[in-house]
Design a protein around this ligand. Structure first.
Ligand code: ZN
Length: 449
């Protein structure tokens, strides 16, 4: 890849606009603030396109050194480009409110970008001097991102031994959902053994990332551990506190009561931790072929709105989904929006379990939302997590309702409902438990320093 061109473009942008944004706010047309934001948006799209290509190639096989090299090289070049663009948001936020407000009134193009400009100004109180911001940006390569990458590569390279056979993470995790309790126990013990053998590296990664965050928070003046995340999620601390308190208060009558009932259904006094996601005896055992999963999701989406199915169908027809399990492929599932000038991609690890169909429906919910949001352009298409999950859970629930309506056998319906209750416990209760756990880690790390 030749890099002189992207660097030239970002440098040209810097030469053209640096130190001139306040002036631009008094003009309109090609020299106005709106024109500057539009040029910035085009650069964001270009950088996002290059970064998505390298990232998705890497996630498709993290064990291939060529992919790792591409990913690392591209990140470093993009950081170089970003360092020429950093002035833009810093300088925008130094312009007085009154000047910005006036520009939004007189410059039509600036008015178009109002949601982005308003959002950007939320960062203003935590913004540091230009030189420090520059250092933060360049150091991020060797700080948090390096340790995130070490984590990803370590996870993808782990092997788990069951009955003498070495298995990758995804396959081992899916065995926790096996109907045979012995298989679940073996999977749990294999997971524990391998994680334990790698304890030192995981401890180092966690401690480093927690310290890295403590340093940033201290410099930027965030008081609570979660404040920077709340800001990124565009949600108020009070809202999250109320949510956390309500869910914790409901632990006994939600998850505790449910798992006590599940233990009884499984004929156990008390469940082992590997039984948490065990299927009920009533669960149909047959694996769901990929074609059936596709038809299930598309017809569920289509029953809500044919347009929604049309968008989702593009993912199948266009090869926008990476579904099979492969060694070295990133675990889990995600929908990557890439950039509005391209299209999203979905990654799942499909193994034919009913839960895999739900995951596919979930990620395609993100995917449809990302396609629709693309019209907003590179600066305004992305949504905070708080909103993004609405679209995915919606897609998942549509698919679940359709499956449930099709099922006549009452025992099978019970198993499906139980599965859905568990998914919801995982989405809400478990997530709050993670949040509380992370708070404890960061609090402990902060107190140590
Ligand atoms: Zn999601």
């Amino acid at each position: 890849m030749r890099w002189s061109r992207p660097r030239q473009i970002s440098k040209a942008f810097e030469d053209k606009w640096k130190g001139k944004l306040e002036q631009a706010a008094g003009k309109s047309g090609d020299l106005g603030l709106g024109a500057a934001v539009r040029e910035f948006e085009a650069l964001e799209d270009l950088m996002g396109r290059i970064g998505s290509f390298a990232g998705l190639t890497y996630f498709s096989d993290t064990s291939d050194p060529a992919n790792g090299k591409l990913y690392g090289d591209v990140q470093s070049k993009l950081t170089d480009m970003a360092s020429h663009l950093l002035f833009f948001s810093l300088e925008m936020n130094r312009i007085e409110d009154a000047v910005i407000d006036a520009a939004l009134q007189t410059d039509m193009l600036a008015a178009h970008y109002k949601p982005w400009i308003v959002d950007l100004r939320l960062d203003k109180p935590y913004q540091l001097d230009d030189k420090i911001e520059q250092l933060f940006l360049e150091k991020s390569m060797t700080g948090a991102s390096a340790f995130n990458r070490l984590f990803d590569e370590t996870m993808a390279s782990l092997k788990f031994t069951i009955d003498g056979e070495e298995l990758p993470l995804e396959v081992t995790l899916s065995m926790l959902q096996d109907a045979n309790p012995e298989t679940r126990r073996k999977a749990a013990e294999a997971l524990t053994a391998t994680f334990k053998a790698n304890l030192r590296i995981f401890t180092l990664i966690t401690n480093t990332l927690a310290k890295d965050k403590e340093i940033s928070d201290r410099w930027r003046g965030f008081t609570d551990i979660a404040d920077s995340r709340h800001l990124a999620n565009r949600v108020e601390r009070e809202v999250v506190d109320a949510l956390t308190a309500a869910v914790k208060e409901a632990y006994p009558r939600l998850s505790h009561r449910y798992y006590a009932m599940k233990a009884k259904w499984l004929g156990m006094e008390q469940m082992n931790f590997w039984d948490r996601n065990a299927p009920l005896p009533e669960t149909p055992n047959a694996l769901i072929p990929w074609e059936d999963a596709k038809e299930t999701v598309l017809s569920a989406y289509g029953a809500f709105d044919p347009g929604m199915a049309d968008i989702a169908r593009k993912f199948f027809d266009g090869g926008w989904i990476d579904a099979p399990v492969r060694p070295g492929k990133a675990p889990g599932a995600f929908a990557h929006p890439t950039v509005p000038s391209a299209h999203p991609y979905v990654l799942v690890n499909y193994m034919g379990k009913p839960r895999d169909v739900m995951t596919l429906a979930h990620e395609l919910g993100h995917g449809v939302h990302q396609v629709l949001a693309g019209e907003q352009g590179a600066l305004m298409a992305s949504t905070p997590l708080t909103l993004a999950e609405t679209a995915s859970v919606f897609g998942e629930m549509l698919t679940f309702r359709a499956l449930l309506d099709k099922t006549r056998d009452n025992r099978e319906r019970k198993a499906m409902l139980a599965q859905k209750v568990e998914d919801m416990i995982n989405t809400v209760v478990r997530q709050i438990a993670f949040y509380e756990f992370e708070r404890k880690i960061h609090t402990a790390r902060k107190e140590e320093s």
